[in-house]
Design a protein around this ligand. Structure first.
Ligand code: HEM
Length: 160
């Protein structure tokens, strides 16, 4: 099935060019194919994802506002930084269409005891944006990532 799909995808620009009889058609078709790339591929696969996650987690664990919350500070000490980077990378890889399988705990289970507030969520989102900007992740991919991260908010934030 995959081989079939790959072959069809490879042939699509040629078929479009033949049908419309113009070089422009094959350019347009190539662009359409590009638009169909997974978010994982557009982020540069695991190389792109791990670099951003590394920077993001370093910012989070050093953030004084977050560490004022004693539960977050304690949680950070329970879960080593390399473990967090590994699990968050695996998760981002999976949910963006990559080949990974997330093996960590569910978001509610791993965050409920951290007593995370709305404000702490905003602090985290600001740090995430800084990492995305630092590595020049384009606006379209940033939005898709924020939409994905947003789906976890109800399981992570427990107070106003
Ligand atoms: C204010 C926001 C957040 C803070 C302060 C925070 C902090 C933490 C801390 C301290 C831990 C370790 C907890 C423990 O072992 O007791 C943890 C685990 C984790 N967090 Fe977050 N987190 C936040 C949001 C997120 C978001 C948005 C994601 C992903 C969408 C995420 C993904 C993870 C993962 C994958 C783990 C490891 C789960 C496991 O133990 O298997 N976190 N987080």
């Amino acid at each position: 099935m995959n081989i079939l799909r790959t072959n069809i995808l490879r042939m699509a620009p040629l078929l479009a060019a033949l049908t419309l009889g113009t070089a422009f058609a094959s350019v347009a078709s190539a662009q359409q194919l590009g638009a169909r790339k997974s978010l994982y591929d557009r982020l540069g696969g695991l190389k792109g994802i791990t670099v951003v996650v590394d920077d993001f987690i370093e910012r989070l664990v050093a953030n004084e506002e977050l560490n004022k919350n004693p539960a977050i500070d304690a949680g950070r000490k329970i879960s080593p930084v390399p473990y967090l980077k590994f699990q968050v990378s695996q998760m981002v890889c999976e949910v963006t269409g990559g080949p990974c399988k997330y093996t960590g705990k569910a978001m509610m289970e791993s965050h409920r005891h951290l007593n995370i507030s709305e404000n702490e969520w905003s602090v985290m989102a600001n740090e995430f944006k800084k990492s995305l900007d630092r590595f020049k992740v384009p606006a379209v991919e940033q939005k898709e990532l924020f939409d994905i991260v947003g789906t976890t908010k109800a399981d992570i934030v427990v107070r106003k």
